[in-house]
Design a protein around this ligand. Structure first.
Ligand code: PMP
Length: 405
């Protein structure tokens, strides 16, 4: 059907994206997430999910959801403030606060909603927000929505941030915003330095632990917990922590943890909380089951990070560019998000296609998700990957000069 003249520009734009190799089409998965999944009709070893602890397909989550559905039905039917918040939601918030060692927690419909709504509820006109150049889109959108003056500091550069914070003092409130584990490069934010800057400049600090919840830190609280193990001063900083239930915890939803007054403020002022229907109770019940597993099976996250370190080392030895060592050259652990930097869009697409032929799903990440010239393969290691699958992937990748060699 020919487009309506007022919408014809969309076809022109899509064609332009197609020609530049940037147009994306959602794939169709026809099996649960897991070590192997079926993508567009093909069984592939799955290195393209955020199901880091292998819980998305765990029957214990599905059983908890089924029990909650039997008791509470499916849909929440209203926003939390009206009548959408069931006893399951309340229990999940209690459990999240407990798990995170915080006074209180607030559940949002998604991590995106938690980030965007929280940033915009903490700063507004007359305030300033300082955002890392590689922050997730949801934090960027929160900064834009807030109407605060925006300052973007170079990625993971506390010295540049310090200079920005030192320059302008005329704002009412100031907020520093960062991911803790950056979703594309797999590197960690310098939390000790950022917390010190927040204390010295009397600024608030908000962190997004989306990729670290359940994986990092002695109890699986995230990178703040990991960093606080070697820097007790972090505990003295009132950090607003945001996490997601949709990655390592295998369910869906986002959450904020902090003081009771912070949570009460957000419940009143975060528009993505106030004006959005609560998540279905079964989704919340599955998240509670996932928190039990995170507590009872710490070996999942310990093994995952050990394997990530080993895999990163092997790929580097073969000559692949994984970016700077993470979190640092001397550490025994590495991030479970492993970028294989290729640069050219076509080369990244070819490498991803060759791996697919060999039976592996490793998505290519292209602009605008990453900057121009920084196309990459993003390898997500999960607890469900066997040593054998990892070995086979290393063999299939070969070396940069001789893929598959
Ligand atoms: N923060 C980061 C860093 C993310 O990668 C994502 C999801 N891609 C989100 C937030 C949003 O979380 P959710 O998927 O739960 O909306």
């Amino acid at each position: 059907m020919p487009p309506h003249p007022s919408l014809a520009w969309i076809d022109d734009e899509l064609l332009r994206w197609e020609e530049a190799g940037l147009r994306r089409r959602p794939s169709i998965r026809s099996a649960p997430q897991g070590e192997t999944t079926v993508v567009d009709g093909r069984a592939l070893v799955n290195f393209g999910s955020n199901d880091y602890l292998g819980l998305a397909g765990d029957p214990r989550l599905a059983e908890a959801a089924a029990r909650a559905a039997a008791e509470f039905g499916w849909g929440a039917g209203a926003s939390a403030l009206v009548s959408g918040r069931s006893a399951v939601h309340a229990e999940l918030e209690r459990r999240l606060a407990q798990h995170e060692g915080a006074e209180a927690a607030l559940l949002f419909p998604s991590g995106f909603a938690a980030n965007a709504g929280t940033v915009a509820a903490l700063v507004g006109r007359g305030d300033a927000v300082y955002s890392d150049a590689k922050n997730h889109a949801s934090l960027i959108d929160g900064c834009r929505l807030s109407s605060a003056e925006r300052f973007v500091y170079p990625h993971n550069d506390p010295a540049a941030l310090d200079a920005m914070l030192a320059q302008r003092q005329r704002f009412r409130r100031r907020l520093i915003v960062t991911d803790t584990l950056f979703s594309m490069d797999g590197d960690l934010a310098p939390l000790s330095e950022l917390a010190e800057l927040a204390r010295r400049h009397d600024a608030m600090l908000l962190v997004d632990e989306a990729h670290a919840t359940g994986v990092w830190g002695a109890n699986g609280r995230g990178v703040v917990e990991h960093a606080a193990a070697s820097d007790t001063a972090i505990e003295e900083t009132a950090i607003v922590r945001i996490g997601t239930l949709s990655k390592a915890l295998g369910s869906a939803g986002g959450f904020v943890v902090g003081s009771q007054s912070l949570i009460d403020w957000l419940a009143n002022r975060a528009r993505s909380y106030v004006f959005s229907t609560a998540t279905p109770a079964p989704v919340a019940a599955a998240a509670i089951a996932a928190l039990d597993i995170v507590r009872e099976e710490p070996q999942r996250r310990i093994d995952l990070l050990r394997r990530a370190a080993r895999l990163s080392r092997r790929l580097r030895e073969r000559g692949w560019d994984l970016g700077p060592p993470k979190p640092g050259p001397e550490t025994e652990i590495a991030s479970q998000v492993i970028p294989i930097i290729v640069g050219d869009v076509d080369a990244a697409m070819r490498l991803s296609a060759a791996l697919r032929e060999a039976g592996f799903f490793v998505p290519a990440i292209r602009p605008p998700t990453v900057p121009e010239g920084e196309a990459m393969l993003r390898l997500s290691l999960c607890a469900s990957h066997s040593e054998e699958s990892i070995d086979r992937l290393v063999e299939a990748l070969g070396s940069p000069q001789l893929p598959g060699a």
